[in-house]
Structure formats: C-alpha cells, structure tokens
Unconditional design. Structure first.
Length: 570
C-alpha cells in the first residue's frame, strides 16, 4: 500500500465517508455474526433501517430461495480463504426479492473471536429479472404460458438422460382438428382465443403431474409422467374428449365444439431418443387424422410402414406427372329411353410401370394432400375435351363429356376462366361439357361458388351434382345453384334387387321425383344389372351409368361400344 493511500485511509472521516457514499450495500457483523453496521445504500436496497438491523444475524434477510449448499460453500470458503463471492437471493422488508452479488470478507481472520465480517452487496435484481424474462421468452409460449418446443425438448432430454430412470412413460401428440378453418373464417384473434382455451383445458385435465406444452401452431405435446400403461393413457384421453364434448368454447358468442387428433408413443417401446419418440407420436397422430379425426392412435411399426409408403407414393406421383403416366378412361352414360349414349364420364387412371393400371382410389387422396390434384384435373379436362372433339369429327357429335372437378380445382380463383379457355381452344360447343362437382364445394363461400358456376353456366357449360344423397344438403337447398343434373350415388342401388323393395328404393324414388320437379335431369350411377336398369328407368331417371354398360375403358375401346349401344335391345 503506498504512503499516500495509507495517509488517506488512516483518516477516520475518509473511511466513514467511503462507507456512507458508495452505491454498493455494505454491512459489517461482529464475530457473533450480528450486524453492527449497515450503510445507507444497504438500507435503501433492503428497506430496513440500521436500527431495525442492529444485532440481527444477516440470515434475517434470507428469502429461502438460496440453495443450502451455497451457504455451506460460503462458510467453508471464508474459513479457508478469508472471503467468498457469489449470488444470494434475499428478501426486502416489503417482501420483494433482491438478487445480489455479495462478497464477504473476514477481517482479523487469525483472531476468530475478535474478527469482523464485511459484506459488500451489489443489487443485481434488474439484471436478473431481465435475464429471467428473456429465459421465459425463449422457453415458454406467451399465448398459453405453456412450455414451448425448446423447453419441452429440454425436459424430455433431461428425463431420458437420467440414468436411473428406466420407467416406461407415454408421449401424447395432440393436433387440433380443423383449426385452420376457424383461423381462416373467424380470424387470427379467434384462433388465439381457441389455442389459449385449449391449453388451459389440457392443463386442467392433465394436471400438475404431467408436462403439457405447446409444440407449435395447433400442436400440443404432453409428457405423461403419470401414465405408464395404455389403460391409463386411454383414461386420460377419454376424460379429455368427454370434457371437450360437454364444454363447447364460446367465440364471439357462438358455441364451437373443438376436437383433436392424438398420437401416442411409449418410452422405451417406440424409441429412446427424444426426436424419435416425438416423431413416432406425430406419425400415430396422423393415423388418427386419416381415420376421420377426433380420435387417438398408439404408434406401431405398421404405421411407420404406411407413412413410408405414402412418402414413396408422393415422390412417384410427382415423377408420374412429369413422365405423363396418367391417362383417361371413359364410362358411358346411357339415355334410358332411347338407350343411346348420352355421354361419357372421364375418369383418371395411372399407367403404373410396375403395378399396371391404377384407379383413383389408390392415389387421388395423396395427390390432393400434395397439391398435385389440380394439375391432374386440368390434364384430364384437356385430354377429355380433345377426345370429344375427335369423336365429334368421327360423327358421334351429340354426346356430353362429364369431367370430375376436385374441391381444390374448384377453389382455384381462375377456375371458370381456365375452363372456358380450354373449351374455346378446342372449338367444341360448351353445351357438350358437364362439370361434376359435389355439394360441399359451396360450403365455405357460397357467393364465390355461385359466381363461378354462373360464369360457366352463362357460357353454356353444364353443371352436374355428383354423388348426391350421401352428403347433408337437401335438394331444395341446392335450387339456388345453377345445376342441370343430379347424379345419384351408386350406394343407393346396392340394395335394389329386382323385387326386393327396401328403404333405398323409397329414397331413390323420392330423390328422382323431387329432382325432376325441380327441373334437374337425373343420372343413376352404379347400374350393374338389368334389374337395376329397369328399376331406375321406372323411377324416371333419364340416364344410367354403370358396369352393366361398361367398366371405364380407354378411348379406343369405349368407342367400339357406341354403335353396339345404339342397337341395345332393352
Ligand atoms: P365417381 O365420380 O363417383 O365416379 C364413378 C366411380 O364409380 C368410378 O370409379 C367408376 O369406375 C365406379 N363405377 C362405375 N360404375 C360402377 C358400378 O356399376 N358399380 C360400382 N361398384 N362402381 C362403379 P373410379 O374410376 O375408381 O373413380 C373413383 C372416384 O375418383 C370418382 O368417383 C371420382 O370421385 C374420382 N375421380 C376419378 N377421376 C377423377 C378426376 O379426373 N379428377 C378428380 N378430381 N376426381 C376423379
Ligand atoms: Ca363423378
Ligand atoms: Ca359419382
């Protein structure tokens, strides 16, 4: 120590001034660890006056939030080295916490009974709170206040690392059903209310024992600590589903019943790493979606195989489009009075290089999911209309070509103009083109659907309502749409066998009669037998379609039927 400083410090007033004016809190205790001095900064920091602290042990300020081992470390360091520095969490007089960086130094350490302890306390509360806030933002979802993806993975990884932990446990992957619909139709604010409410419900049902997290978007993950058996998992899920059924959520004063699809994986059965467990629960969740949602599924290996098959199929579909492996087959629609061809329905086929000719049931769903269906639909439309032109040129010139329109294609903003463009390019009469749509195409946006249909109708294009009878709307509701034809679904003819009159017979009768009264022409699909043909004819169906006439065939082969059909004896 240099002489100048020695002089400075030997002046009692200087030392006192230093103690009183520093911004850090300072306290001094005697060898009994009783506070004998606290400076104004310490008084300000803690809210206690020197009088209140006098002769108290500093642990008077402890909050109970500093872990015990830190105190043990503190005293052993002071004993061995004469000082200690570290973080302590104390409590102010008003009850608030103070996070401090504290240095304790023992003075006169050789004479234990005569020693003093000086504590220099720096208030780190603001900094600590800011850190905690940042930590919260990084690990919790602000909307639901649930642990987020990062936090959940941390928890799961720690749990899996725990070498002593060999217990089986379940992971639940929940995905809200039709969340996008609510978000798109009612807006993001409604979506937020729904997610928040859903999070609260999960917390309520799954409770404290289990970890509920919002994994992202409308996906929630639950680590079921309290569920090591399938039975227990099912109990929880059923309890949750029941709660959802009985308690609708109110958004803008309307009730909504929200369902979810759930997938479950078990540790260690379905993986020992967090990513695999999550992925397998996710895959199982997709099985629930595929089976009509509002459902749950345990992961098993065959699901993985299916998912893999779908992945392969998806890639193959893209290639098949590039390599032009798709083709159109045609099925006759026959006028039941004249027995002449009324027209043909165009049906897509995939000429698979290994598996042969595949029908739409094998790939259309996948094409829709992958967004490839629109391209396929326009391909079929162009090909079928060009084919019709060729038939016109060969003299078969009063037939209608009926083309299936997918929901995605119909939703294309340019749909009407693209159809009209294709028809104009070939130069055929638009009246020869019929578009098959189904009733649910207008569900979301009636005005948009009407606008498109009227634009097409004004150009002379026909509109047919496909698969009628298996949906929800009644014919009278459909009258506002410019429909020409109703195609009665083949399901109705299944049970009609000659004399056998069942419920379906009455239904077909009623539908045909009503459709005719409303001015629609009627096509009955799925006519496989002569008896069915006679039946539909009797009911007044103008047109019949089915295996009785032909299975869908390539253009060349179906053409051979045109003349035979003209001579049909029925
Ligand atoms: P859909 O529009 O109802 O077409 C009629 C389906 O019934 C065809 O199946 C046809 O082969 C089948 N069928 C015809 N007559 C009979 C019969 O007498 N008995 C039975 N049991 N079935 C009969 P396909 O070709 O497998 O097509 C299935 C569905 O795929 C179609 O049902 C249609 O919804 C869709 N689809 C076909 N081609 C296309 C397309 O180009 N675009 C779109 N978006 N969908 C298509
Ligand atoms: Ca159809
Ligand atoms: Ca149909």
């Amino acid at each position: 120590m240099n002489q100048e400083f020695k002089n400075f410090i030997s002046d009692y007033d200087n030392v006192i001034q230093m103690f009183y004016q520093t911004n850090d809190g300072l306290i001094v205790t005697n060898s009994n660890r009783e506070i004998i001095f606290a400076n104004p900064a310490f008084e300000k920091m803690t809210g206690y006056t020197m009088e209140e602290l006098h002769l108290r042990n500093p642990n008077y300020l402890s909050s109970g939030n500093t872990e015990k081992h830190i105190y043990e470390e503190m005293w052993s360091n002071i004993k061995d080295h004469g000082s200690w520095s570290g973080e302590l969490v104390n409590r102010k007089k008003n009850g608030e916490l103070i996070y401090s960086y504290t240095t304790i130094t023992q003075i006169n350490e050789n004479k234990e009974h005569d020693s003093f302890y000086i504590g220099a306390v720096r208030d780190m509360t603001d900094q600590r709170e800011a850190e905690q806030k940042l930590d919260y933002l990084a690990h919790y979802d602000l909307l639901t206040n649930l642990p987020n993806r990062t936090k959940f993975k941390e928890i799961l990884t720690t749990k899996l690392k725990d070498a002593e932990h060999h217990n089986r446990f379940a992971l639940l992957f929940l995905d809200l059903d039709r969340f996008k619909l609510i978000n798109d139709t009612l807006g993001h604010h409604a979506g937020d209310i729904l997610l928040k409410d859903f999070g609260n419900r999960l917390r309520y049902i799954f409770g404290e024992k289990n970890i509920v997290s919002r994994f992202g978007g409308d996906e929630f993950l639950i680590l079921l600590e309290d569920g090591s058996t399938e039975k227990k998992v099912i109990q929880y899920i059923e309890q949750f589903f029941r709660y959802q059924r009985e308690n609708p959520i109110f958004i803008e004063k309307r009730e909504y019943y929200i369902t979810a699809s759930v997938g479950i994986s078990f540790y260690p059965d379905h993986g020992i790493h967090s990513d695999i467990l999550i992925q397998n629960a996710d895959t199982a969740m997709y099985s629930s979606k595929d089976e009509g949602k509002n459902n749950f599924h345990f992961f098993h290996d065959s699901i993985k195989e299916n998912a893999f098959k779908q992945l392969v199929l998806g890639n193959h579909l893209r290639l098949a489009l590039e390599k032009c492996q798709f083709d159109v087959h045609y099925q006759l629609m026959v006028n039941t009075n004249t027995m002449k061809p009324y027209g043909l329905e165009a049906l897509i086929r995939w000429n698979h290089p290994v598996k042969g000719v595949l029908g739409p049931n094998e790939f259309l769903h996948e094409a829709e999911e992958l967004g490839l269906i629109v391209e396929m639909d326009y391909f079929v439309m162009k090909k079928a209309i060009e084919q019709l032109k060729q038939w016109n040129e060969k003299g078969y010139n009063d037939m209608v070509i009926s083309i299936n329109v997918s929901k995605k294609q119909f939703d294309d903003a340019e749909f009407a103009s693209r159809v009209i463009h294709i028809i104009n390019n070939t130069g055929i009469n638009p009246h020869q083109v019929s578009l098959e749509i189904t009733e649910n195409y207008a569900l979301n946006d009636v005005d948009d659907a009407l606008e498109k249909l009227i634009a097409l109708k004004n150009k002379g294009v026909r509109i047919a309502l496909d698969d009628f009878g298996i949906g929800y709307s009644s014919l009278s509701q459909l009258i506002q749409f410019p429909i020409d034809t109703v195609k009665i679904d083949k399901a109705f003819l299944k049970n009609i066998e000659g004399e056998e009159l069942g419920k379906d017979v009455a239904l077909v009768k009623a539908i045909v009669q009503m459709a005719k009264q409303l001015g629609f022409s009627v096509i009955c699909e799925g006519v496989e037998k002569e008896s069915q043909l006679l039946f539909v004819k009797e009911q007044g169906s103008d047109i019949a379609q089915g295996y009785f006439f032909n299975k869908p065939l390539p253009a060349r082969e179906v053409e051979q039927l045109f003349d035979i059909c003209n001579e049909c004896p029925v």
